[in-house]
Design a protein around this ligand. Structure first.
Ligand SMILES: [Zn+2]
Length: 469
């Protein structure tokens, strides 16, 4: 790999090395995709031990310490540590999750677990398969850089960690959350790089590259609605829990909490380059809701709304006990996916629910907390930010980093709770259109071009050498 940002001059690399490590990333990514570590949210799914085995074998070297856990059968995670020479120097963790979300095979043009390398119509090679962008591309490229540095005798100032972690896609109970609760010192570090960033916005010459620095909170709730059982042949005047649950659902769907702007919102909007009128409306708490109502593009509507509001999605309904067509149900559960803005914690979520449902309904439901992680944000006045900026500036001298606050959640939140500065990064090729690319996350035909794998692999190396060299 290239040596232009290496600080200690421990190696002089050649062009051949560049292609070697990119080839390693491609092959490792193909293997991880083929292992089919599909996490459907149940404890029995995932099988991340398969990917953990491959990755551990790959990075295990003399001088590297490994700690591995399997909190649930089949769901291994491990951390590899290359100890630093200075115990007071800051440490850096490269973190990649090893699980992927399920697929609907019918929507795919190629085998979602084939890991095939296929040339596209524009002549670029792409690796196909579930996880190619979320996030086995990053997980594999991080492992390749870690091992490549170890093999070349790199001695970091602070510890360099590589954390391959299970169960990111279903909330981390069998992965990062468990390790953070049970073995926090094993993963404690100053800086973390993980998913997801590296998309190009704006014209050449005024390019910005996205880096995720914050994310919304996750406040999943189970609402239990009770009624009175009865015979389905005599519904008049009955107390049907499902009918009450339907009212809960429709009031949540109609609920319009006020907008709230986080500190990065202005920068995010301005980077999009809309006309003055649109920009002004997106930045005005009194105007944005009317604007969103009138926006024709469904994707943009949902995205801008999610960036500026705590949201409530009633997504699962289940009749407790055995549902039967001729029985009026007495217990119904509703699972609500709530994503919170900064400042909305447990009490504020309860207040939202009371407002949305009204006292009459709120007072007759029970609420169970399924997940309760607040929004998290890392500051950008840090040495890691500066290292990222320098590293991205090598292939793209005109680019400046563009901090993003995202609507989804990643394992960054777990590390931020532990006190680390965590960024979602990466570096894609400029030909990728961010809007189009977003559809590949959890979508059909997930794939990544080899050029992006090369850029990302080189990015990690440059950052590690810049920060720890
Ligand atoms: Zn992911």
């Amino acid at each position: 790999m290239v040596s232009d940002t290496m600080c200690n001059g421990f190696e002089r690399e050649t062009a051949a090395m560049v292609s070697d490590v990119t080839q390693d990333t491609v092959e490792l990514l193909q293997t991880l995709i083929r292992n089919e570590c599909v996490n459907d949210g149940t404890a029995e799914s995932g099988h991340e031990t398969r990917n953990a085995d491959v990755l551990q074998t790959y990075v295990e070297r003399s001088g590297v310490d490994i700690e591995r856990w399997e909190p649930t059968p089949g769901r291994a995670s491990f951390v590899a540590r290359l100890p630093g020479t200075d115990p007071d120097a800051p440490s850096l963790c490269l973190m990649g999750h090893t699980d992927v979300v399920p697929v609907n095979v019918d929507g795919w043009s190629n085998d979602p677990f084939g890991g095939e390398l296929i040339r596209n119509a524009d002549g670029y090679d792409e690796v196909w398969g579930r996880g190619a962008v979320d996030m086995l591309n990053l997980t594999s490229s991080m492992a390749v850089v870690f091992r490549s540095l170890v093999d070349r005798g790199f001695r970091p100032k602070g510890d360099l960690l590589y954390f391959a972690v299970a169960d990111e896609e279903a909330g981390s109970a069998h992965g990062a959350r468990w390790v953070a609760d049970e073995h926090p010192d094993a993963i404690r570090c100053d800086y973390v790089l993980t998913e997801n960033g590296g998309l190009h916005y704006g014209p050449e010459g005024h390019r910005t590259i996205s880096v995720n620095v914050g994310e919304k909170g996750v406040a999943w709730r189970r609402i239990r609605v009770r009624g009175t059982p009865g015979h389905g042949s005599m519904p008049f005047g009955s107390d049907n829990a499902l009918v009450t649950a339907a009212k809960v659902v429709s009031r949540l769907a109609d609920y319009r909490p006020p907008p709230r702007f986080h500190e990065l919102w202005r920068g995010q909007v301005e980077a999009l380059g809309f006309d003055d009128e649109m920009t002004a409306a997106l930045l005005d708490e009194d105007a944005i809701d009317d604007l969103l109502d009138d926006l024709p593009h469904a994707g943009a509507k949902g995205h801008f709304h999610a960036c500026t509001h705590t949201t409530f999605a009633p997504n699962v309904v289940s009749t407790v006990g055995r549902p039967k067509t001729n029985v009026i149900p007495d217990v119904v559960d509703l699972d609500i996916d709530i994503r919170t803005m900064p400042g909305d914690h447990t009490d504020e979520v309860a207040a939202h629910l009371r407002t949305a449902l009204g006292d009459d309904l709120y007072d007759r439901i029970e609420i169970e907390i399924l997940m309760d992680d607040p929004a998290s944000m890392s500051r950008i006045d840090t040495p890691l930010w500066d290292s990222l900026q320098r590293a991205i500036g090598v292939p793209f001298p005109d680019a400046r980093l563009n901090p993003q606050f995202i609507g989804g959640f990643t394992d960054s939140r777990v590390f931020r709770e532990l006190g680390a500065v965590a960024y979602g990064a990466g570096l894609f090729s400029p030909m990728i259109d961010p809007a189009d690319f977003g559809l590949r996350f959890h979508g059909h035909d997930e794939r990544i071009d080899v050029e992006s794998l090369r850029l990302t692999t080189e990015l990690w190396e440059r950052v590690v050498l810049d920060l720890l060299g």
